[in-house]
Design a protein around this ligand. Structure first.
Ligand code: BGC
Length: 338
C-alpha cells in the first residue's frame, strides 16, 4: 500500500513538472493590427481573415495575441494607436494606413521602436522632388529591412474592369453611337487603388481603339450609400445616355445597383455595371445578371501573405519589401462556378 502511494506521488510530481515545463515553453507573440476603418466592407473581410488565419498557425508552443484597433478613418486616432502599440510592447504591427501621404510618421514610430511593420491594402506612394507622386517603390519601405507592403496592383483591376465591358455583345456601346458613355464612381482619391482603377479601366477601352465619353466622375469614398446617391443623380441628369457605370469597388457598385433598379434600368440590357472586390453580394448579383462583372480583390491571399510575412519577422527571418497578390477577373461564368 505504502509502495503504491509512493509510486502515485512520484507520478503526480513528474506529471506536474511536465505540465509546468510545457506551460513555460509556450511563446505568446503580441500583434497590433490597426485598420483604417471598420465600416469598410472589404476591410472587414480582410480583418476577419487575418484573425482566422493567425489561429490556424498556433501550435502547442506558439500563440498569437491579437490586438485589433479601428482607426475610424482618422489619422490622429491611428497615430495614437501606433503609440499605444509601442507602449503595449507589440512584437509586430500590421497597419492599414488611413493616410498614405502620412505613412512616414507611422513607419517612423515602428522603426524607431524596433518593431517590425507590415503595411497592407493602402500603398504609400513615392514622391519626386516636386512632391508629385511617381511610380516607384516608397523609400520608407525600401530602406527598412523590417518594413514591407503587401497588396495588389490596382492597375490590373482597372484593366480587368475595362475588359469586362469589352467582352459584352456591343462592347459597351449599347446605343450604337460609336462611343462608350460612362460614369465613374471613385473611391477615396488619396488611395492609389482609386486613382489607378479610374485611369486603367478607361485606358483598357481606349487601348482597344474605342471612343469614350465621360458623363460624370465623382468621389464616393468607397461607400455604398454614397455610390447609390451619385449613381441616382447621374441617371437623373443623363438618363439613357449612361451606358456603363464604373465603380472603383463593389460597395459603391451595390449602391449603384439600387439606383439603377430604382430608375427602372436593366443591367445587361440598357446599362452595364462593374465593380472591384468580388464581395459575396456582388458575386450573387453577377449570377443573377444584375451586375456585368467584378474583379476579385483577393483578401484571402493578401491577408495570408501579410500574416505569413509577420510570422517571418517574428522569427527573425529576412523578408522582401514588397509582396504582390494578383487580381482575378470575375464574369458571369466565373461567378457561377463559385
Ligand atoms: C478595396 C475597397 C476598400 C479599400 C480600402 C480597396 O482595395 O477595393 O473596397 O474600400 O481598399 O482601402
Amino acid at each position: 500500500m505504502k509502495k503504491t502511494l509512493a509510486i502515485l506521488m512520484a507520478l503526480v510530481m513528474v506529471l506536474g513538472a511536465f505540465t509546468f515545463a510545457s506551460a513555460d515553453e509556450v511563446k505568446t507573440y503580441k500583434v497590433g493590427i490597426s485598420i483604417y476603418q471598420y465600416t469598410d466592407n472589404f476591410m472587414t473581410l480582410y480583418r476577419n481573415e487575418i484573425a482566422d488565419y493567425f489561429k490556424t498557425l498556433e501550435t502547442d508552443t506558439v500563440k498569437y495575441e491579437l490586438v485589433f484597433a479601428d482607426a475610424k478613418n482618422d489619422m490622429a486616432e491611428q497615430t495614437n494607436q501606433m503609440n499605444n502599440f509601442v507602449t503595449q510592447g507589440m512584437d509586430v504591427i500590421i497597419l492599414n494606413p488611413v493616410q498614405t501621404s502620412s505613412a512616414d510618421v507611422l513607419i517612423d514610430i515602428a522603426v524607431s521602436n524596433e518593431i517590425p511593420l507590415v503595411l497592407i491594402n493602402r500603398e504609400p506612394l513615392a514622391y519626386d522632388a516636386d512632391g508629385n507622386t511617381i511610380d516607384e517603390a516608397y523609400e520608407g519601405i525600401l530602406n527598412n529591412p523590417q518594413v514591407c507592403y503587401v497588396g495588389a496592383d490596382a492597375r490590373q483591376s482597372g484593366t480587368y474592369q475595362g475588359e469586362l465591358i469589352l467582352a459584352t455583345g456591343n462592347q459597351g456601346d449599347i446605343n450604337g453611337d460609336g462611343k462608350i458613355s460612362y460614369i465613374m464612381i471613385q473611391g477615396d482619391p488619396e488611395n492609389i487603388d482609386a486613382q489607378y482603377r479610374t485611369e486603367f479601366s478607361i485606358k483598357a477601352l481606349t487601348d482597344a481603339g474605342k471612343t469614350v465619353e465621360c458623363l460624370d466622375s465623382q468621389v464616393g469614398n468607397w461607400d455604398q450609400t454614397k455610390g447609390q446617391e451619385l449613381c441616382a443623380n447621374a441617371l437623373t441628369v443623363h438618363g439613357y445616355n449612361v451606358e456603363v457605370v464604373f465603380c472603383n469597388n463593389d460597395g459603391m457598385a451595390m449602391g449603384a445597383l439600387t439606383a439603377i433598379q430604382t430608375a427602372g434600368r436593366i443591367v445587361g440590357e440598357d446599362i452595364y455595371l462593374v465593380g472591384v472586390d468580388a464581395l459575396p453580394e456582388a458575386v450573387e448579383a453577377i449570377k443573377l445578371g444584375d451586375m456585368t462583372g467584378t474583379v476579385l480583390n483577393d483578401h484571402i491571399g493578401q491577408s495570408h501573405a501579410a500574416v505569413d510575412v509577420a510570422v517571418k519577422l517574428l522569427n527573425g527571418e529576412a523578408i522582401d519589401n514588397y509582396y504582390w497578390v494578383n487580381y482575378v477577373k470575375v464574369d458571369k461564368a466565373y461567378a457561377e462556378a463559385q
